[in-house]
Design a binder for this molecule. Structure first.
Ligand code: ADP
Ligand code: ZN
Ligand code: ZN
Length: 727
């Protein structure tokens, strides 16, 4: 009997090393990548067979045997397993967790291939072919002629036996076809053939090297730096067409699917059923179907948010990351991985082109391009040279000196007025949802905090309650201060809800839509709002970051940013980069059609370089300043970072564990130029009743540190969060 290495498919860090099991002869040759059923302790668990072991001597314990084989074909290709291993070692998660990223659902239930069989009747079928004696068969045939075809399960439910169905299926003119249920995207009526629009000269220059790489089946990473509206999406369509023309699969990653319906529509309308759209709102069975379609090469293009990078494609010919700078490619909960790294690893393994596109490339990507690691491609102008929007910066301190304490500066009011008067549309960005940002007592200064987290509660008008944005806690608005019993409770700051109210008060006839997490938690509402805005059912779209990305609204001529400072002031090394991105991307929404665009940015820091460079549409100027800061301060891309948070219900325990980790690592790496900072209080001291202490590790090369952690007790420490390459 052979000895197989099995990874137990369960999210327990303790189980991340493979276990050995015997493979009984009766199962024959089982390929690596197949899922199996094994005994573990007193229960049965699903496992993934990752390979076989040479047993040099008989082990001194009894090996248990594999109970059953769950797949007829291996689910995991060797490339998928290798990539999972890389993810596990690089991002410090268990191998099982990394493998699970490639599966459809994370539970232990078996994922049967989603089959549904159909009986299809051709138009020429003649009922007299069936003898009148075969009453049931005739009845079935008559029904099929009438409806054209029906799923087997439905026919069974209608009372036709397997035998009757089988016999009718053998008749000439009728055949039984296997199809996946509900998998067709079916947008044929939309087919536009957009990919056949001739490229402009500028696009052509950029496309040539991509095409060449696809044709030669080589691996190369391209960084496509093109301003908003320069025709990047058009190039993705072209490259995808080239890729599927070679029978290969293209993976198109977009930041968040709701924000990008535009690009999805363009792909679907260009390629129809070749496209599988993968997003988080799909049911498990829809996911299953989509994955199966890719696996069987029924469709060759997958478009989706970060998890689509795990598509089970065997032959990838192109991977595109649109808006490559976007932070949503990094998963921040559960398994912390970055889809960009995964895309690059898979691209290398499949020998294919990886195309990173952005109007504001991440500082790290641009640095890599300047060092020659990526090939830089540039589209500096908008298609047909429409001008970039004109940006005005308003110093909010001066507004206050002049006595204007409202959230809208005079310039902002004027812009809204003009836009409405001209019958154009406007986007207004405010980074805070809710009504007021916090609730405070005027007499003693007490802020109402969440009892489970060290954060202020936020007032939400809908439901008239206070909500915590870090846990599910919510409570009625207090009428008296819990500290001094004063009745003078006041709401401070303003969120999207309050601004919406203000807008309605000032502009009575304006049609205003609000888009934030509170609205979009209801399925499809976000898509609907965007669609209605596109169709001019609203004049103003007000929202959080969701309004800033990817949209291409032709009639939007104005953009207002209420506080540029909310991003500038976040305590991370990349705050300026994020602010520059947000301002530039949001501004880029203005004037994409024939009309020119105007942008007003309100801020308390009008001299900040991220704001000034964004106003000037000067990416390179911003990059040059930022990269020097990073170099001087030792931040990425010059040094790597690992951020850890120790969480514990007891504050002193959290402290003890964190200190032990720092001491051990410091001791082990004392001769190397690696900084271990901490433990110090994490940005938010307590979330969901768990105290949090953080540790920051920085060094030019942290591979050895990762290796050490991976193989030590630290890796399996309960409550420890490890964030590699925090952003
Ligand atoms: P980006 O993705 O860089 O924002 P898009 O690909 O969306 O740019 O292009 C901006 C606009 O120009 C879109 O409306 C698109 O349909 C149009 N466009 C792009 N390429 C061409 C082309 N070669 N010929 C005509 N129109 C184009
Ligand atoms: Zn009080
Ligand atoms: Zn809370």
């Amino acid at each position: 009997m052979r000895v197989a290495s099995i990874i137990i498919n369960r999210p327990a860090k303790q189980l991340h090393k493979p276990l050995s099991y015997l493979l009984p002869e009766k199962f024959g040759d089982v390929k690596a990548g197949t899922r199996v059923l094994v005994p573990l302790g007193g229960s049965r668990e699903e496992g993934i067979l990752i390979g076989y072991e040479e047993l040099l001597e008989k082990p001194n314990f009894t090996l248990r045997s594999i109970i059953d084989i769950l797949d007829s074909d291996p689910w995991f290709t060797s490339e998928m397993m290798d990539t999972a291993k890389q993810i596990s070692k690089y991002f410090l998660c268990s191998f099982g967790d990394a493998l699970r990223l490639f599966t459809v659902h994370k539970t232990l239930k078996s994922y049967d291939a989603p089959k549904e069989e159909w009986l299809v009747v051709t138009a020429e079928f003649n009922i007299d072919q069936v003898s009148p004696k075969k009453r049931k068969q005739r009845e079935l045939a008559t029904y099929l002629i009438e409806v054209g075809g029906a799923p087997k399960s439905l026919l069974r439910a209608k009372g036709f036996s397997y035998m009757v169905i089988k016999q009718i299926g053998e008749e000439k003119g009728i055949h039984i076809e296997k199809r996946f249920k509900d998998t067709k995207t079916a947008f044929t009526e939309l087919l536009s053939g957009e990919e056949s629009i001739p490229l402009t000269d500028a696009q052509m220059t950029v496309y040539e090297p991509i095409k060449k790489t696809i044709d030669l089946e080589q691996h190369e990473t391209f960084l496509l730096h093109g301003v908003t509206g320069s025709g990047k999406t058009q190039l993705y369509l072209k490259a995808a067409a080239r890729c599927i023309g070679k029978g290969k699969t293209a993976i198109i990653l977009v930041p968040e699917i709701i924000l990008t319906d535009q690009i999805v529509r363009r792909f679907v309308s260009t390629f129809g059923d070749e496209v599988v759209v993968f997003h988080s709102k799909l049911t498990i069975s829809e996911r299953n179907n989509n994955w199966e379609r890719i696996r069987r090469k029924d469709s060759h293009i997958i478009i989706g948010a970060r998890s689509a990078v795990f598509a089970p494609a065997e032959d990838i010919g192109l991977i595109v990351l649109d808006e490559e700078h976007d932070t949503s490619y990094k998963q921040e909960d559960m398994i912390r991985y970055n889809a960009k790294n995964v895309a690059l690893w898979r691209g290398k393994a499949h020998n294919c082109a990886v195309l990173l596109g952005s109007a504001t490339p991440s500082i790290t990507s641009y640095y890599k391009a300047s060092e020659g690691e990526y090939k830089l491609l540039e589209l500096p102008n908008r298609i047909f040279d429409q001008p970039m929007p004109c940006v005005q910066i308003v110093d909010m301190k001066e507004e206050m000196i002049r006595g204007n304490y409202s959230v809208f500066s005079d310039a902002m009011m004027e812009l809204i007025q003009c836009t409405l008067a001209d019958g154009n549309q406007m986007i207004i960005l405010l980074n805070r949802r809710g009504y007021s940002t916090f609730v405070m007592c005027r007499d003693c200064g007490e802020t109402i905090m969440c009892p489970h987290c060290e954060v202020a509660m936020v007032y939400h008008q809908a439901g008239e309650e206070l909500r915590c944005h870090y846990c599910e806690h919510h409570e009625p608005i207090p009428t008296i201060c819990p500290n001094c019993h004063s009745k003078r409770i006041k709401f401070f700051g303003s969120g999207t809800q309050k601004v919406e109210e203000e807008l309605r008060r000032h502009f009575k006839s304006a049609r205003i839509a609000r888009l934030d997490q509170d609205v979009t938690k209801h399925k499809d509402v976000g898509e609907e709002i965007l669609q209605d805005f596109r169709n001019h059912k609203y004049d103003i779209l007000l929202g959080t970051q969701m309004v800033s990305k990817g949209h291409d609204f032709k009639d939007v001529t104005a953009v207002g940013i209420l506080t540029a400072d909310s991003v500038l002031n976040i305590p991370v090394y990349s705050a300026s980069e994020r602010a520059f991105d947000l301002l530039t991307q949001t501004s880029g929404r203005a004037g994409r059609g024939d009309k020119s665009g105007t942008v007003v940015i309100q801020t308390y820091n009008p001299l900040n370089y991220a704001i000034i460079k964004s106003k000037a549409h000067d990416y390179l100027g911003f990059y040059n300043e930022e990269i020097e800061n990073r170099r001087a301060l030792g931040y990425p891309p010059f040094r790597e970072m690992i951020y850890m948070v120790v969480r514990h219900v007891k504050e002193d325990m959290a402290e003890k564990i964190a200190q032990k980790i720092v001491d051990e690592l410091e001791q082990h790496f004392q001769s190397q130029p690696i900084d271990f900072n901490g433990p110090y209080e994490a940005g938010i001291k307590k979330i969901r009743d768990m105290y949090r202490l953080s540790i920051m590790i920085r060094g030019e090369d942290l591979d050895a540190v990762k290796d050490y952690i991976y193989n030590s007790w630290i890796f399996t420490q309960e409550g420890l969060l490890i964030d590699v390459d925090p952003i």
